[in-house]
Each structure stands twice: as structure tokens, then as C-alpha cells.
Ligand binder design. Structure first.
Ligand code: NAP
Length: 283
């Protein structure tokens, strides 16, 4: 257990609801292991209190914090600078105080892609199908393209949101983008980015085309609780490799910790150890 001192740096996470967040546990573990004198607390911040909470962070000299739902877009108004990735994704999940300047980053998409790599799933040259076109899908697609995916097909119930992501991908990458599923095509990676499969929708599988899944497919869910959604259970039954959202959660946390403290961590070591620490959610 790290003792706090008058030098202890303050970090945290803001969102609402926040009581189930695993971030304080992750960051406290990384701080202890890497010998950084910091505290990381969870703050339940209602949307109408976001500005005041940000002012409070500035006043008490916090060094940075993470942002989670529902503030990832709204917080951008409060910042001095937004890094390119986060700006293109239109979402910020990590804020760092650099000499009094508040800078926004996004580690979600990178967290997802680096967790896939650590799980032995190549992205470069792969055909990806993503279900859902919300905030997370946008960040994940942006990074999948940067990691060299050959094509990204997006399917979602609100077509307008597909087009917003498709336009972003066309602007920033040369990855092919499709908004219609081609059942004759081999999709190497299929991702669920909808909340279907999570409480209260544990009995729902958002993938209406399970017949295209086989032993060569990698099926991913951004959900980590339950560890095995109905989509992942059925995909596993077809012989697919399955990856849940715990790795994304862990990796976005590791990347945020590196930004907070301007350090480089051993990703493999911390990925393994943090996945074990939060093991109740591990497949
Ligand atoms: P979001 O912005 O609300 O987007 C959700 C997407 O799912 C939208 O395309 C939405 O469609 C669709 N959707 C919602 N309910 C649906 C339904 N009943 N039928 C069909 N489509 C439905 O949410 P998000 O922030 O992207 O989060 C998505 C998931 O990722 C959540 O389960 C979240 O817990 C998980 N997540 C995990 C991590 C991690 O670290 N592992 C990080 C962030 C998020 P409409 O636009 O039409 O509503």
C-alpha cells in the first residue's frame, strides 16, 4: 500500500455512474509497481457539474484525470489543447496537466488495437466487420485503420452514424470502408461495439450473421462484464477465437498512465498482471 505524502500527485476519473469503475484499482496497482507517488480517485460528476468539477481539478492542482461516459465529448470545451487523434475521434478519455495547460488525449482505440496485438491477433491487412457505430466504434475504427486494416465494414441501426465514421475514415486513412455486409467476403475480425450482451440485455446477440463465423475468425466484444457475452459464446461454439473488452480496458489504462506520468511501461507485463488483477472478468 502506497502512503500519500505532501508530494503525492492527484489523478482520477470523472463520469456518472462511476461506482463500478475498475480504473482506481488499475492505476493504484501500476503506481505501486512502478514506484510513482500518486493517488487515483473516482469522482461521480453529473453533466451539469462538469465545468465546476474541471475548475475544481485546476484549483487543487490535479495532474490529470480520465473521463468516461457521458462526458467524453462535452469535456473537450474545457481543454486548452486536444491532440489530433482525440480531435479526429471527437472524444477524449485522458486529460493531462502539462505546466498548467490541460491537454486531451484518447487512448480507447489504441487500447483496443494494442490488446488485440497482445492477444496474438494481427490487424494489418485484415478485413474487419464492426457492429455498432457509437462513440467507441468511432475511436476503434480510427485506430484499426491506423494499424493497417485492409477494410472496415460498419453495420448499425442508425445509418447516419455509419456515414459519420465512414467519412472520418476516408479523410484520415486509405482503408476501404463499406456500409453493407458482403456474405461472400471473409471477415477476419468481427467486433461488437453495441451494449447488446450486457445487463439488462445478456440474452441478446447483436450479430445476425453468425453463419459467416468459422475457426479462422477472431470475434471481439467491447463488453467485459459478463466476460463471455452471448455473441462470444456462440462464436466460440463455431470455433472462433474470442476476445472480450477487458484487454481494451486494461490497455487504455496503461496508455493513460504513461501519459499521466511521462513514463514507458512494459505493456506485456502490465497487460498480464492487470488482467489477472481484474480476473473476475477474464474469460
Ligand atoms: P454508444 O456511443 O451509445 O454506441 C452504442 C452503439 O450501439 C450505437 O451504434 C447504438 O445504436 C448501438 N445500439 C445500442 N442499443 C442497441 C440496440 N438495442 N440494438 C442495436 N443497436 C444498439 O456507446 P459506446 O460508448 O460506443 O459503448 C459501446 C459499448 O462498448 C458498451 O457496451 C460499452 O460498455 C463498451 N465499452 C467498453 C470499453 C472497454 O474499455 N472495454 C470502453 C468503452 C465502451 P444507436 O446509435 O442507434 O443508438
Amino acid at each position: 500500500m502506497i502512503e500519500t505524502t505532501n508530494q503525492t500527485k492527484l489523478f482520477g476519473i470523472m463520469g456518472t455512474p462511476i461506482e463500478h469503475t475498475l480504473s482506481p484499482k488499475m492505476h493504484s496497482y501500476m503506481a505501486e509497481e512502478s514506484g510513482v507517488d500518486m493517488s487515483y480517485l473516482a469522482f461521480d460528476v453529473a453533466p451539469e457539474k462538469l465545468h465546476t468539477a474541471m475548475e475544481g481539478m485546476k484549483s487543487v492542482g490535479a495532474c490529470g484525470f480520465n473521463i468516461t461516459a457521458p462526458h467524453k465529448i462535452e469535456i473537450m470545451k474545457e481543454l486548452d489543447e486536444i491532440k489530433d487523434d482525440a480531435s479526429n475521434m471527437n472524444s477524449v478519455n485522458t486529460i493531462v496537466n502539462r505546466n498548467g495547460k490541460w491537454i486531451g488525449f484518447n487512448t480507447d482505440g489504441d487500447g483496443f488495437c494494442s490488446s488485440l496485438i497482445l492477444e496474438g491477433c494481427e490487424i494489418k491487412g485484415r478485413n474487419v466487420l464492426i457492429i455498432g457505430a457509437g462513440g467507441s466504434a468511432r475511436g476503434v475504427c480510427y485506430k484499426l485503420a491506423e494499424y493497417g486494416a485492409a477494410s472496415i465494414t460498419i453495420t448499425a441501426r442508425t445509418k447516419e452514424k455509419i456515414h459519420i465514421i465512414a467519412e472520418m475514415l476516408k479523410k484520415y486513412s486509405s482503408t476501404e470502408v463499406y456500409d453493407v455486409i458482403d456474405k461472400t467476403k471473409k471477415y477476419d475480425i468481427i467486433i461488437n461495439s453495441t451494449p447488446l450482451g450486457m445487463h439488462p440485455n445478456e440474452d441478446k446477440n447483436p450479430c445476425e450473421f453468425m453463419d459467416i463465423i468459422n475457426e479462422g475468425t477472431v470475434c471481439c466484444d467491447l463488453i467485459y462484464n459478463p466476460a463471455k457475452t452471448l455473441f462470444l459464446q456462440e462464436a466460440e461454439g463455431k470455433g472462433a477465437k474470442i476476445i472480450n473488452g477487458l484487454g481494451m480496458l486494461v490497455m487504455q489504462g496503461i496508455l493513460a498512465f504513461e501519459l499521466f506520468n511521462e513514463v514507458k511501461l512494459d505493456h506485456k507485463k502490465y497487460y498480464k498482471e492487470l488482467s489477472c488483477l481484474l480476473g473476475d472478468f477474464k474469460i
